[in-house]
Design a binder for this molecule. Structure first.
Ligand code: SF4
Length: 253
């Protein structure tokens, strides 16, 4: 059956997008249709069939989706960070079914060493922040905008963020958390596509890919300026309200 030109264009754009990500193997799912499908059914079906996330019977399982995203990432050389001293790719860690996801900037030395985000001093503070919310680290999912350590812990360049972040978007879509907390300006600006100051980015609830997004300070910044912990706690309280978690009155810092 000839495809509608608009649908054809849609599929071509989708395929180009996946090629840009380095994904070349796409699978078409068998569809049981006894009547000729309507145009809407056709579009929905092809949209699903051309999603790598849908390739396979366990496609709805976030853990399986994350596994497939990691596989697509491979031994990534898509941006210059692959050749600037990274020891390993730091993909992400946590509960694939998490209601709460934290997104940071990029791995530091400890993370590069251990292959897990937020395991150094900043990670210990993040663990305390998670505990203050009444949760455990295992309850949440943690990832970064870039998955390779920028040398000397420099801020990742725009191009590096743009190259790596499609994988983060796929992680977010796979987990579909209720709430995302962006840790620091780099994460917030990259996720939201805004170039505002932290002062104007914080204190709001954004709609983002079906989740609520809240901006707070990066734990590394809070280690440098502990006076801001009270402000960060206010941000976490916003997240807790969005998650329907009980909010204690006492500042846990
Ligand atoms: Fe690939 Fe991301 Fe590492 Fe760049 S930072 S090499 S895009 S995994």
């Amino acid at each position: 059956m000839a495809l509608d030109p608009k649908l054809k264009e849609h599929i071509a754009a989708r395929v180009r997008y996946y090629r840009d990500l380095g994904i070349f193997d796409l699978y078409r799912r068998e569809v049981l249709v006894t009547q000729p499908p309507s145009a809407a059914q056709d579009e929905a079906r092809v949209g699903r069939a051309f999603s790598p996330a849908s390739a396979g019977s366990a496609a709805e399982d976030p853990a399986e989706l994350l596994r497939m995203i990691r596989e697509d990432l491979g031994d990534c050389t898509r941006c210059v960070l692959h050749k600037q001293g990274r020891k390993q790719i730091v993909f992400g860690v946590g509960n694939p079914h998490a209601d709460l996801m934290f997104v940071g900037e990029g791995p530091g030395a400890d993370e590069d060493e251990q292959g897990e985000p937020f395991v150094g001093r900043a990670g210990q503070l993040l663990n305390k922040m998670i505990a203050a919310m009444g949760l455990r680290r295992d309850d949440v999912y943690i990832a970064n905008v870039v998955k390779c350590r920028p040398p000397g812990n420099r801020t990742p360049e725009r191009e590096e963020c743009d190259t790596c972040s499609p994988f983060l978007m796929r992680q977010i879509d796979a987990i579909a958390p209720k709430v995302i907390v962006a840790l620091g300006a780099v994460a917030a600006k990259n996720l939201l596509g805004l170039n505002d100051s932290m002062a104007s980015l914080r204190g709001r609830v954004y709609d983002f890919r079906g989740s609520k997004l809240i901006v707070t300070y990066h734990p590394a910044y809070l280690l440098r300026d502990p006076r801001q912990k009270g402000e960060a706690w206010k941000d976490l309280q916003i997240a807790m309200r969005e998650l329907d978690l009980p909010v204690p009155q006492k500042n846990p810092s």
